[in-house]
Each structure stands twice: as C-alpha cells, then as structure tokens.
Design a protein around this ligand. Structure first.
Ligand code: ATP
Ligand code: LTN
Length: 333
C-alpha cells in the first residue's frame, strides 16, 4: 500500500441506524480528507454477541452498506466489506485473547451494560467483544478510528493490548488513535436526555431512526423531553438542561453552525419555535439520504459486488499483519 494514513471503522448491523450513529460516526467518515486510505466494515461478528434473527441480520448488513453509501461515502474511493468475509479478524482475535486479561475486560462499560440488559445470555463473545474489536483495528495498521464517544474505552483497551504485544515482540502493531467529532460525539435519547441515543432502546420515541418517515422524525423531535425554564441556552454538565443541550448539539451538527450562533436566534423565543426548526433541519438532512438509500437497497447485486471486492482487498492488507503475528508467536507458517 502507499504511504497514506489508514482509517478504520465500522458499525454493527444490530438495528436501523439512528441519528446518533450518523452524527457520531458516519458523518465524520464522509468529511475525511482524501489523503487517507479508508476502510469501513459491517461488523456482523460483533452483532451475534446479542441473539439475532438470521434473516434480519442478513438484510440489515446490506442495508447498512446502502446507508454508508447513501450518506456520501463513495464506494470507488473507500473499501467496504463484511467482517465475517475476512477470516483474519477471527484468527487475530484468538491470538489477542491470549494477551488480554480478564480483569481489564471486566471493567468495560459496554460489557457491564449489555450483560445487565441481556441477563439471560451473558456469553463469552460479549465478554471478549473488545478483543475482536482490537483485532479489527490492528489488522490494518490503522492510524485513526473515527467513532462516537461511547467507543473510546474500546479504543483504549485496543491500544493497551497492542502496546503489550509490541513490548514482547517488537513493533508489530501501529498504535491507533480514536477520532471524535467536534460536536455530535454523544447524541442523547430524546426521552431521557441523560442517556445516550441507542438503536436498541425499547422506546422508539427515544431515537430517530435514519429510516423513519419524515413526519415521524419531526414528531419525535417536537415531543423531545426538555425542561420548564423556557430558555434556549447551552449549559454543559447541567442535567436539567440536558434535553436542550442535546437539541442544540443536533442542530449544530446538521447545519454546521456554531451552538452560540444558534442560541442567539432564539433569544426571547420559546421551545416550540426552536423544536420546529430543529425538526426541519434534521428532515432536510435526512431526506436526500433516505431517497438514495431506497434506490441503492433495491440493487442487491450491486451491494454484494462491493462487499466481494472489499473483502478481497481487506484480506490482502490484513494478511500481512496476521503473518507477522503468527511468525512472532512461534507458529509454523
Ligand atoms: P446498540 O444500541 O446496538 O448498542 P448503538 O446505537 O449504541 O447500538 P453502535 O453500533 O454501538 O450503536 O455504534 C456505532 C457507532 O455510532 C459508534 O462509532 C458509536 O460511537 C456511534 N454512536 C452510537 N450512538 C451514538 C450516539 N448516541 N451519539 C454519538 N455517536 C453514537
Ligand atoms: N464496537 C463498535 C463497532 C466496532 C468497531 C470496530 C468500530 C466493531 N469493531 C472497529 C470501530 C473499529 C460499535 O460501534 N459498537
């Protein structure tokens, strides 16, 4: 490969993407400068850490690719692939499992959170999820991983594992860095604005799905939980203001305007006006994405061809790292 810096990221096809996924992750992928080599995957192997309906998982995996493209990531300039199409991920994950401590996995917030939500199925995959994620990233000698804030703990453990491995065997892995968007790194639930917006929230009013109808999007924003103060103002860290802070972050992310600048527009005006404008701005942003998604998803063969080409390229790049690792740990290759 040339000497371009490498970007790697991915999302699990565990549900329909939310505005949080878009503003926290995908939107930064679209705006990355052309001088990076970008690799984006659909993380189906991570998704089965929570029980799935097979036909739905299959459908959502290709829908996720259609959404990536509909959001503006060009398949001719970027590599897209399905995680399970490149077996190197599972192979490196096994090796890294042997260099990861139970104690550090036990501290992971996502594990604690998901095991309490899925108490009937606390499987070993859920526990070692961060190790597979570390393998995803390290296989490509990744420089930067653009994700939302909730994933930073996983990037940290990935760096720890890589540094530990390098300390024993020399410079095998590049140490990656997380990349957060300036605004929108942590979009909150519309119903409980101190909790993050999540596609697996049982209450659909809490999130905006990228495939919601435009009038549903507007309705959800208009019924977002706010406060009784009636002042459109951003107050970081003030939980009573969490709903308004969140709507301001959303407005700023979708319009590209500074929060301070937006606040000025609403001096002396109520939440009704503000919510109506946020709804309109979000709908404007989502409309073309939705139309492009509908067009792409109807062409399954086109999507499958992209996955095939992407898996070949991902396989080739990652094989070099895996060979090096196997040699270092003493496997006969
Ligand atoms: P689940 O509910 O299934 O755990 P999720 O909606 O939290 O899913 P993920 O698949 O875990 O989404 O995340 C995909 C990407 O979107 C990650 O980079 C994550 O950091 C980002 N992301 C998820 N939710 C938000 C949010 N509320 N705000 C900003 N970024 C987010
Ligand atoms: N855990 C991530 C999805 C994910 C990922 C990755 C993101 C799996 N492997 C590698 C970046 C890089 C999530 O968003 N829940």
């Amino acid at each position: 490969m040339d000497d371009k810096k490498i970007i790697f990221s991915g999302i699990q096809p565990s549900g329909t993407l939310t505005l949080g996924n878009y503003l926290g992750a995908i939107r930064q992928w679209v705006n990355l400068p052309k001088d990076y080599h970008c690799i984006y995957a659909m993380m189906d192997m991570h998704t089965i850490t929570v029980r799935q309906t097979p036909a739905e998982l299959r459908r959502r995996t290709l829908e996720l690719l259609a959404l990536y493209i509909a959001c503006g990531i060009n398949p001719d300039e970027n590599t897209f692939f399905i995680q399970s199409h490149n077996p190197n991920h599972a192979e490196l994950a096994w090796v890294l499992n042997c260099y990861t401590y139970m104690g550090e996995l036990q501290r992971m917030t996502q594990f604690k959170d998901k095991s309490s939500r899925h108490a009937e199925n606390i499987n070993a995959g859920l526990f070692t999820y961060p190790v597979l994620m570390a393998a995803d990233i390290l296989l490509y000698q990744t420089d930067y991983v653009p994700v939302g804030k909730d994933q930073m703990q996983h990037i940290e453990i990935c760096r720890d594992i890589a540094q530990r491995f390098n300390a024993v065997y020399g410079d095998v892995f590049k140490i990656p860095e997380g990349m957060l968007p300036k605004v929108g790194a942590n979009i909150m639930s519309l119903q409980e604005p101190t909790k993050k917006m999540s596609k697996s929230d049982p209450n659909p009013k809490a999130y905006i799905s990228m495939l919601d109808d435009m009038n549903v999007i507007a309705k959800k924003i208009k019924s977002a939980v706010t406060d009784s103060e009636g002042v459109v103002e951003y107050r970081e860290g003030d939980d009573t203001k969490a709903g308004i802070n969140n709507l301001l972050s959303i407005m700023s992310s979708v319009t590209g305007r500074e929060i301070d600048d937006i606040v000025k527009d609403y001096a002396g005006r109520g939440y009704g006006d503000f919510k109506a404008d946020v709804a309109e701005a979000v709908v404007e942003k989502m409309k073309p994405i939705r139309a492009e998604f509908d067009r792409l998803v109807a062409d399954k063969q086109y999507l499958l061809d992209i996955c095939k080409k992407g898996a070949e390229s991902a396989g080739r790049i990652s094989q070099r790292t895996l060979n090096k690792v196997y040699k270092k740990v003493g496997f006969v290759i």
